[in-house]
Design a binder for this molecule. Structure first.
Ligand code: SPD
Length: 349
């Protein structure tokens, strides 16, 4: 058994390490550091720039919730765009919907696709080679800004707001997504750890609410994203898609041949939009700030610089990126929105 422990280095205040019983591949690609390794409990693990992206043990949770929540909500989605997601997990789930004629996957880093096919082919299965799939190696921001095509659903399967994924959390990018959606289409993105960094979720919700008629954050339990509830977020101009009941969802799943899932069910779909009280409050305050003119998203502060060799007298430890961003955002969000400006929550169904 190897003694190498590979750390998730993304969080400034804690480190989670996984034992690599075997490192299968490690490379600095043109875009990021990529490592794939085996772990006896988690299976095969993919990490990009020190952030766990997936493990073969639990990838189904995230991939099913990213794909089936928006697609089951839509009446007959036929064209889907996936930005990122080069491992093919979201694409695999999207193609389960027989009504989807075409799914375009735009990935900036070819090596993510190639190494996924090589080291965990059970995740993409045949999705990347499907006649219904089109794989484009391109910058997602540029692709969405320039495409003439319209999609019923856009799924942004990005990493955290660092490296090549940073721009995929920006207002500019989400505005381009809106332009590339058919009327009433759905946009979904991931929004990080809901309880620890609610500002990420709140920032995107504020952007979504400024661009769309409805922003609908939802959550899942993704064991390998250590730190509790994991947030996803859906935006649409057709609020009726958020009111589909369990019977209709089940009927759609049957009709489209979507069966044998491991996480998504109609009840899980509906329950995912039920947010813990404090999170709901944070989002309401954030939306109130949005109404007051602040439609900024979540911007991670640059990582603290390494200390200079000659150390000056210590003043205060640098704040972690999350703490800095949190401080900035909290200042913009009234602790209690004035009764008059209390928004009708756009996050409710
Ligand atoms: N905290 C990590 C979030 C990563 C989201 N993307 C995962 C890619 C899996 N297809």
């Amino acid at each position: 058994m190897s003694d190498r422990w590979i750390e998730e280095t993304f969080h400034a205040d804690w480190r989670v390490a996984l034992r690599a019983s075997k490192v299968l591949h490690e490379v600095k690609t043109d875009h990021q550091h990529l490592v794939i390794f085996e772990n006896p409990s988690w299976g095969t693990v993919l990490m990009l720039d020190g952030v766990v992206q997936l493990t073969t043990k639990d990838e189904h949770v995230y991939h099913e919730m990213m794909a089936h929540v928006p697609l089951m909500a839509l009446d007959r989605p036929s064209k889907v765009l996936i930005v990122g997601g080069g491992d093919g997990g979201v694409l695999r789930e999207v193609l389960k919907h027989t009504c989807v004629d075409k799914a375009v996957l735009v990935e900036i880093d070819r090596e993510v696709i190639d190494t996924s096919l090589q080291y965990f082919p059970q995740i993409p299965q045949q999705a990347l080679e499907s006649a219904r799939s089109e794989v484009v190696i391109a910058d997602g921001l540029k692709y969405v800004a320039e495409t003439d095509e319209l999609f019923d659903c856009i799924i942004v399967d990005s990493s955290e707001p660092i490296g090549p994924s940073a721009v995929l959390h920006s207002k500019e990018f989400f505005a381009s997504c809106r332009r590339a959606l058919t009327p009433g289409g759905a946009l979904v993105t991931q929004n990080g750890l809901a309880q620890l960094f609610p500002d990420h979720l709140a920032g995107t919700t504020r952007i979504f609410a400024s661009l769309f008629k409805r922003a609908a954050p939802y959550i899942c339990h993704q064991p390998c994203y250590f730190g509790g509830l994991f947030a996803l977020n859906l935006a649409t101009d057709d609020k009726s898609i958020l009111g589909i009941g369990p019977k209709k969802l089940a009927k759609r799943a049957r009709k489209r041949g979507v069966a044998d899932l491991k996480y998504w069910t109609p009840a899980v779909h509906l329950g995912a939009f039920a947010l813990p009280a404090e999170l709901q409050r944070t989002l309401e305050h954030s939306l109130a700030a949005g109404k007051a003119g602040d439609d900024s998203g979540y911007v991670m502060a640059p990582a603290p610089k390494a200390p200079a060799k000659k150390t000056a007298p210590k003043k205060q430890a640098p704040k972690s990126p999350e703490k800095k961003a949190a401080t900035k955002k909290t200042a913009a969000i009234p602790s209690k929105p004035a009764a008059k400006s209390q928004p009708k929550s756009k996050t409710s169904r």
